[in-house]
Design a protein around this ligand. Structure first.
Ligand code: KG4
Ligand code: ZN
Length: 352
């Protein structure tokens, strides 16, 4: 008999619910995005996120059940992201899931958000698609995390590298803001980079001998380059102004913005691909996955396809950014808990 799990994801700025069959087949995946609510602030405002989750959660879950053609009586478990994420946002999803599970007499399965991202490469819309072979090296690249993880089995993970400062998605968001591009920065940078005539050459943080990453130096290099170009080209009054007072984005032409964005993207993509390829060869894995919001970046996808020797699985865009289908997929392998679930804003991926 097929196992149907209702997944709930509210760790950041997407309210999502999904029904997934046997940890793989996506019967529905409904995502209510809050981007418009946070965009005026240039980033996610935790209080606003919690309020929007409260408003959306009930109809998002109802839509997911309806789209899947599933009655609550058909469900075998309810799963909710328990961390890492924004505490107030997580609480909405976990408490809604808890109430639902209690009322329906179903188990409630707490899912680590990163474990969810890892399972996004198992999701399929049609039956009988082949899944990745283990051990798999996964590059998790999201707004909050940049990690290289070897997945030995469902539930058995080994972290082999991580960012020492900013996550890749965070760097995309911050650089976009600096260049006057809208939130979220990743898609905005990708879009303007496509118009670059001559991408600017920016540094790469290679951190030799490790599988770790660092993006804060690159971010600073972008800041200095953009400030220099803005003051050179800007009105007389801007020249010689101290850095923080310069309206950097306003002083740049759209061509300069495109060239900087493309140079930044090239630097991030090159380092992510090189490190992933080196780790995959050194660790002798059977497959490689790229998951998390930044996996939606087409330049990253193309470069990964050119660089990686092993079978490569990249989350499709709809399952790369936050969604509940990946949570329901991961839950298929996680034992339900009897005790209270802790909300864990800073929870690291559980390493066995
Ligand atoms: O996985 P995700 O939806 O949320 C977290 O768990 O953080 O990732 C969101 C991040 C944001 O930083 C966003 O700018 C980035 O993913 N992102 C992209 C693209 N689409 C989303 N970054 C680069 N290129 C994209 N096309
Ligand atoms: Zn995420």
């Amino acid at each position: 008999m097929a196992v149907l799990v209702l997944g709930i994801e509210t760790s950041c700025d997407e309210t999502s619910a999904a029904v997934v069959e046997d940890g793989r087949l996506v019967r529905s995946n409904v995502v209510a995005s809050q981007i418009a609510a946070h965009a005026p602030f240039g980033g996610v405002v935790p209080e606003i996120a919690s309020r929007h989750h409260i408003q959306a959660i009930r109809w998002v879950v109802e839509c997911a059940l309806q789209e899947a053609g599933v009655e609550t009586a058909d469900l075998h478990a309810v799963a909710a992201t328990c961390g890492p994420g924004l505490a107030g946002a997580l609480l909405v999803g976990v408490n809604f899931g808890r109430g639902l599970a209690l009322g329906l007499d179903l188990p409630l399965v707490p899912v680590n958000h990163l474990e969810g991202h890892l399972h996004s490469v198992w999701l399929m819309k049609e039956r009988n698609q082949p899944g990745p072979v283990l051990p798999m090296l996964a590059l998790i690249v999201s707004g909050g995390h940049t990690e290289l993880v070897v997945m030995h089995a469902h539930g058995l993970y080994e972290r082999v590298g991580h960012t020492l400062d900013d996550a890749a998605g965070e760097a995309f968001d911050k650089v976009a803001r600096l260049l006057g591009l809208p939130y979220p920065g990743g898609p905005a940078i990708q879009a303007v980079a496509a118009h670059a005539i001559e991408p600017m050459r920016l540094p790469r943080a290679r951190l030799p001998g490790t599988f770790d990453f660092s993006f804060s130096g690159l971010k600073t290099a972008v800041l200095h380059l953009a400030a220099r170009l803005a003051t050179e080209a800007g009105p007389e009054g801007l020249r010689g102004t101290a850095l923080p007072q310069v309206d950097i984005a306003g002083g740049l032409s759209s061509e300069q913005i495109a060239n900087i964005a493309a140079g930044f993207q090239e630097s991030v993509v090159e380092v992510l691909c090189q490190k992933t390829a080196d780790a995959a060869s050194a660790l002798g894995v059977a497959s490689v996955a790229v998951v998390g919001g930044v996996a939606a970046n087409t330049a990253l996808q193309e470069q990964m396809r050119r660089t990686i020797q092993q079978p490569l699985y990249v989350s499709p865009a709809e399952f790369a950014t936050d969604n509940a289908a990946m949570i329901a997929a991961a839950a298929y392998y996680v034992p339900p808990v009897e005790e209270e679930i802790d909300i864990l804003p800073g929870l690291a991926l559980g390493m066995a």
